[in-house]
Design a protein around this ligand. Structure first.
Ligand SMILES: Cc1cc2nc3c(=O)[nH]c(=O)nc-3n(C[C@H](O)[C@H](O)[C@H](O)COP(=O)(O)OP(=O)(O)OC[C@H]3O[C@@H](n4cnc5c(N)ncnc54)[C@H](O)[C@@H]3O)c2cc1C
Length: 295
């Protein structure tokens, strides 16, 4: 005789059809549930010895999270936009060129087709994220939605407060103001492609009509556990003409702003040593883009 279990276990995968449905499932399933975006971080949970017996609430069916809107004032992205579709949408654009590079160079093609911008921002324990520092240097903000409403906050504040999106809230959109500046994303790998960067550097820079740097926002990723603005170098570079400046030497004076982490990929001292190289590369690139734009 067949017996019916007293309690049917919840399905480990729920395909939500709307943001509200995802939030409702999260609320009812409680702490044992987790949002699933591209799955490229969550799929390695076992390797990190993390729990996998959760209810996964997939956002993949929610069309409104996959939109890309680009206009003169801003770029608006749904949180489920993949690295691959983002890079394709930004090809050839000036001010978000660094975001194109971050999306186009991270990981490998198969991962880029799955990994999402929302997952990149919300993976709190992933120091080597590439999109996150670039979005910070472009002054992005994010929209967080709960069942009772939504709020917009600067991405920098979201990161500073630990990105602890509770089970009441999920990240739906990313807003990037168009600044008319130039941007670049450089990354340093121990070997070749397909691995996490040991250090990365995102730069957004502006020039006055004579080619002097009049704006710089530099964010370094993968060196500390969270991306960090390189304030000393930002200040020091203002007023410089890049072609006449030894950016590498200048940057060396400010590397001690970082308390670099050691792990099996690289020791902290090596990560710090790479920063002046990345800074010089990034400024060379934006300066040459500036020159090209003036021809
Ligand atoms: C081999 C390999 C190498 C990689 N190398 C790089 C690299 O060099 N640089 C790089 O940037 N990326 C790299 N990635 C991809 C990286 O995993 C993703 O960029 C990202 O961190 C996770 O995105 P995801 O969409 O897969 O998120 P998921 O794995 O689905 O989720 C990650 C976390 O974010 C939460 N989350 C996801 N979306 C939301 C949301 N909308 N609101 C709230 N919480 C949310 C989830 O609940 C989960 O906790 C690599 C991946 C692999 C497998």
């Amino acid at each position: 005789m067949q017996t019916t279990p007293d309690k049917i276990p919840p399905s480990p995968l729920v395909l939500a059809n709307s943001v509200d449905e995802a939030l409702t499932v999260l609320k009812s399933a409680g702490p044992n549930s987790v949002l699933l975006a591209g799955g490229t971080w969550l799929m390695r949970a076992k390797a990190r010895q993390e729990a996998t017996d959760q209810v996964f609430v997939s956002l993949s069916r929610i069309e409104e999270l996959q939109t890309i809107e680009i206009n003169e004032d801003a770029i608006n992205l749904g949180s489920m936009v993949t690295h691959d579709s983002l890079s394709k949408a930004l090809v050839g654009m000036q001010d978000p060129a660094g975001l194109f590079q971050a999306a186009n160079k991270s990981a490998n093609p198969a991962v880029r087709r799955m990994a999402t911008i929302g997952g990149n921002i919300c993976t709190t324990v992933f120091p080597a994220a590439d999109l996150l520092p670039m979005l910070l240097s472009l002054n992005a903000s994010v929209k967080l939605k709960s069942l009772s409403g939504s709020r917009n906050i600067p991405l920098a504040d979201f990161v500073a407060t630990g990105r602890q999106s509770t089970h009441d809230e999920l990240l739906t959109n990313i807003h990037i103001p168009r600044c008319g500046h130039f941007s670049s994303h450089s990354r340093m790998l121990m070997r070749k492609a397909g691995e996490y960067p040991v250090a990365n550097l995102s730069l957004c820079a502006g020039f006055d009509p004579t080619g002097i740097v009049n704006y710089a926002r530099i964010v370094v990723g993968s060196v500390e556990t969270r991306p960090k603005q390189w304030i000393g170098l930002e200040r020091a570079i203002l007023g410089a003409r890049i072609a006449a400046t030894d950016v590498k030497a200048l940057a060396k004076s400010y590397v001690d702003e970082f308390d670099a982490r050691d792990d099996t990929d690289a020791p902290g001292w090596y990560r710090k040593r790479m920063l002046p190289v990345l800074a010089a590369r990034a400024f060379k690139e934006v300066a040459s883009e500036y020159d090209r734009s003036t021809r």
